[in-house]
Ligand binder design. Structure first.
Ligand SMILES: O=C(O)C(=O)C[C@]1(C(=O)O)C=C[C@@H](O)C=C1
Length: 379
């Protein structure tokens, strides 16, 4: 390794450039290979996500990294990032699990989620029609032969939109993707005597691919007729979480409403402080950087949509919010009273709840925090 001593900085950097350039060529080669795999999957109707294959290739390359003195974490990071690239590239043409679902009508198909679903169904070769405000006068014609009607409208308009739909074919599936499930599912069941299913995609319209995304599925009526739709979601790489509508809504009250509320309040709190965002970012740790991103991204979305979601669920979550307010007030009191033992008690209570996950979360979030730090714009 005399090379290291003899080469100048410029020469070493030139070698690094060669290395990196080889990496880019390899990425191009890998891309061509994964695209071919994608085509085969499209023909065979295989799901985009192959978790066993992923586990195998990660284990093999980690072992190789170890043998060569390369950090296996680095190799795993790169492999996962490359696989994400493969998901994005492979989804341009997707397999069709249930051709009998064509034609599909997306009610609210001009909204962000409606467009996302319309695009994905089209990539799988379905005949997709959009029914939104602009197409209202044509609604009867558009819905006439529909085999799947997917309602993707704001939560506060669902009931009205569903009740004003014309009668659908008896074998048509009526489905929705509203973020609460009990009431919408009842509206669908009242409207239509055929197959009904309530879906809740646990992701927003800005996803770059569907792999490993969760979709909660609440049975409505004739589940065996709805299976083709679920199979299609699985081909896209989604994971279906079957759940009873009531249980779903209760879990959502905690997950979504508390998330929205704390984020909403925190964003406004920041706006009232004297520091600009740049000043805060300038002295933020990766975890705070991440928190700012998570809070800030809410305000890039529709105020109407968020106001409606929060309003629609307020009655159901009033108790939860009161409990949150109590917890906040108690903590404030402990702080005011300099009551260290009370603070430690609170800490232990939460620690018990998170139990073993607290440690795995600590480990898992390290990678995410590094990424947040990478994303920091300085200077
Ligand atoms: O092997 C496959 O099935 C691929 O599509 C390739 C690939 C990869 O990028 O290595 C991508 C997605 C799968 O989940 C597994 C592996």
């Amino acid at each position: 390794m005399g090379m290291r001593e003899e080469l100048s900085l410029d020469e070493l950097r030139a070698h690094i450039d060669t290395c990196d350039s080889e990496l880019v060529s390899l990425l191009a080669k890998r891309r061509l290979l994964t695209e071919q795999v994608g085509k085969i999957k499209q023909q065979n109707g295989a799901p985009l996500h192959a978790p066993e294959r992923e586990a195998e290739l990660i284990a093999a390359r980690r072992q190789q990294a170890q043998d060569k003195g390369v950090n296996p974490e680095l190799v795993e990071d790169i492999l996962r990032r490359m696989m994400r690239e493969a998901y994005e590239n492979q989804q341009s043409e997707l397999a069709c699990a249930a051709p009998e679902l064509s034609p599909i009508v997306i009610v609210g198909g001009e909204g962000a989620m409606g467009q996302l679903f319309a695009k994905q169904f089209k990539r799988s070769g379905y005949d997709v029609k959009v029914l939104d405000k602009a197409q209202q006068s044509n609604a009867l014609e558009i819905l006439k032969d529909a085999k799947l009607v997917l309602v993707s409208v704001p939560i506060n308009t669902l009931e009205e939109v569903v009740s004003s739909l014309p009668e659908l074919r008896p074998d048509c599936i009526l489905a929705d993707i509203t973020s609460v499930k009990q009431k919408p599912l009842n509206s669908l069941l009242q409207k239509h005597q055929g197959p009904v299913i309530g879906l809740h995609p646990m992701f927003g319209p800005d996803i770059s691919h569907w792999v490993k995304q969760t979709v909660v599925a609440c049975e409505g009526r004739m589940p065996e007729q709805c299976q083709g739709l679920l199979d299609q979601l699985k081909i896209w790489g989604c994971y279906i979480a079957p759940m009873e509508a009531k249980k779903h809504d209760q879990a959502m009250q905690i997950i979504q409403v508390m998330r929205h509320l704390t984020t909403f309040v925190y964003g406004q709190f920041l706006a009232r402080q004297c520091h600009t965002l740049e000043e805060l970012r300038g002295c933020s740790s990766p975890i705070y950087q991440l928190e700012l991103m998570m809070v800030g991204r809410l305000f890039a979305q529709s105020p109407e949509l968020y106001a409606d979601i929060m309003l629609a669920q307020f009655e159901d979550v009033e108790g939860l919010l009161a409990s949150y307010q109590d917890t906040f007030a108690q903590t404030l009191t402990s702080l005011k009273n300099q009551d260290k033992s009370e603070l430690i008690k609170g800490f232990d209570m939460a620690k018990t709840y998170f139990s073993d996950s607290a440690h795995s979360f600590l480990a898992q979030s390290r990678g995410i925090l590094n990424k947040a730090n990478d994303a920091k714009v300085l200077g």
